[in-house]
Design a binder for this molecule. Sequence first.
Ligand SMILES: C[S@@+](CC[C@H](N)C(=O)[O-])C[C@H]1O[C@@H](n2cnc3c(N)ncnc32)[C@H](O)[C@@H]1O
Length: 240
Amino acid sequence: MQGDAVNTNQQQDQIKHWFNKTYERRAFQYLRPVEAYEIYLKLLQVQKEHHILDIACGPGQLLKAAQKEGLTLSGIDIAEVAVNYAKEVLPEADLKVANAEQLPFENNQFDYLTCLGSLERFIHLKVALKEMLRVAKPHAHFCFLVRNSERASWKIVKEKLGFINKAGHQGAKSLNEWSEVFTETGFKINRIHHDQWPKTRWLRWLSLNSTLWQVDYQKIQKRQTALEHAYEFIFILSKA
Ligand SMILES: C[S@@+](CC[C@H](N)C(=O)[O-])C[C@H]1O[C@@H](n2cnc3c(N)ncnc32)[C@H](O)[C@@H]1O
């Protein structure tokens, strides 16, 4: 039992170390530009002055977008290098270095909770999800961006060719597996969307005109093609 705890601590230190090094080397370039985060706030239909907690906030890209919407900002991340960057760009935000599995907040605090591209990095996913439910207000809404394990690029490049980044605890699950984890932990799934970023990233790269690569909110809502083929899923949830 003690051995398991030591192994878990070592693994957690390794993940933290990998992210600290990545942020030291690549800083904001490691992530999407701030504009790409607006979609998550739109999908949550955020209202001014409500309180958002971004879990695994990195250097604060989502919170920067949330600042424009007039929200009260809180964020945590395990990597202190990321949190220090976030503190520089968002001096008014409440930002802490913390593990998502043990959130440093009282019960029933937040109106919105976001966790983007990070749930698959957590060692004890369900513990972290229960923590999110604990600190969320009864009518809170959640937005999670998670990777699809059924996508060909994941299956071939990552699983078959072995390019999974183990030090950063990279992972993925199928649509059904993610849905099960969320419902078993106490969430109600309200909507699931495709993430549009892979497509819009190319449009942005090909275009000098930034208006062409804006994430199309209408399209994301109407999209009819099978969700199973999404690169990542956006789950919008509430407490069950
Ligand atoms: C791919 S980055 C995404 C960052 C940010 N959510 C975004 O989309 O811009 C994953 C983040 O998860 C953080 N992370 C990994 N494990 C964590 C944990 N147990 N608790 C809190 N943060 C964690 C990393 O430090 C990193 O900043």
